[in-house]
Write a protein that binds this ligand. Structure first.
Ligand code: UP6
Length: 259
């Protein structure tokens, strides 16, 4: 794939949320996403309020919140529209189509009502996409397919990765992008490439996570968005730290050779 600016990619994108995110990044000048992996709803809302001006996307794991109730979603949505960022629920759906449809639309969280994007594993095969079609229509939301993972010993490699890219290319209306560690030739410009496993001052944790720097991921590996969790929310000054990650990842984007 060639190097085009986000404004150009917005025109090529097929999924409406991909277009929206490319345009949001271009106008807000940020390709930083933050993983708000906190277990208390007020802590997440406080983080979102303090770093909201720096990010394009806030990523949740809704099922780790201990005091979850529906007021959380409306409060988060208010902060998201005030600071202009999108909400990404990292559910990593992996079951058969009929089951993921229930998991996406029903249950305690009713994810399809509020998430602008959700992650999906391909182990069950491409028919899993059918389970999302109704739910995605509500808000023009998008799927992010896990093509690669950041963790040590990940099995999302080689031919599996190629199959995930093909699944994305065959379902352009539903799939807005990929979770990956590098841009491969076959990853087309309509897809948003998002990369977790990013931190300035650590190479990994004790549970298999592996980290790279923003510069390495955006400039050398040529993906679009960095996802930073503990590097920001565990810092004593999350806002100051978010500003540093934002600058590093945006400067790396701006230093690319565009055509
Ligand atoms: N995540 C990864 N690696 C993947 C896919 N997803 O780390 O391949 C998610 C994790 C976590 C975040 O579930 O929410 O990205 C990374 O957090 P961290 O920066 O604190 O390690």
């Amino acid at each position: 794939a060639s190097n085009k600016r986000f404004e150009e990619r917005a025109k090529i994108a097929v999924n409406p949320m991909a277009t929206k995110l490319f345009n949001l990044m271009a106008s807000k000048k940020t390709n930083l996403a933050v993983a708000a992996d906190l277990t208390n709803k007020q802590e997440i809302l406080n983080l979102a309020e303090s770093i909201g001006s720096e990010i394009c996307v806030l990523k949740t794991h809704i099922d780790i919140i201990e005091d979850y109730d529906q007021t959380f979603i409306s409060a988060l949505e208010a902060i998201a529209s005030k600071h202009n960022f999108l909400i990404f629920e990292d559910r990593k759906f992996a079951d058969i189509g009929n089951t993921v449809k229930y998991q996406f639309e029903n249950g305690v969280y009713q994810i399809s009502k509020w998430a602008h994007m959700v992650t999906v594993h391909g182990v069950a095969g491409s028919a899993i996409i059918e389970g999302f079609k109704d739910g995605l229509k509500q808000n023009g939301s998008g799927l992010l397919l896990l093509a690669q993972m950041s963790s040590k010993g990940s099995m999302c490699v080689g031919e599996y990765t190629n199959q995930m890219i093909e699944m994305a290319n065959n379902n352009k209306e539903q799939v807005m992008g990929l979770i990956c560690q590098e841009r491969l030739q076959s990853m087309t410009d309509n897809l948003v490439l998002m990369t977790p496993g990013v931190q300035f001052n650590s190479t990994g944790d004790k549970m298999g996570q592996q980290y790279n720097t923003p510069e390495y991921i955006i400039k050398e590996k040529n993906t679009d968005i960095i996802i930073v969790g503990r590097g920001i929310y565990q810092n004593s000054q999350p806002k100051t730290e978010a500003i540093k990650y934002r600058a590093a990842s945006w400067n790396a984007y701006e230093s690319k050779n565009f055509n």
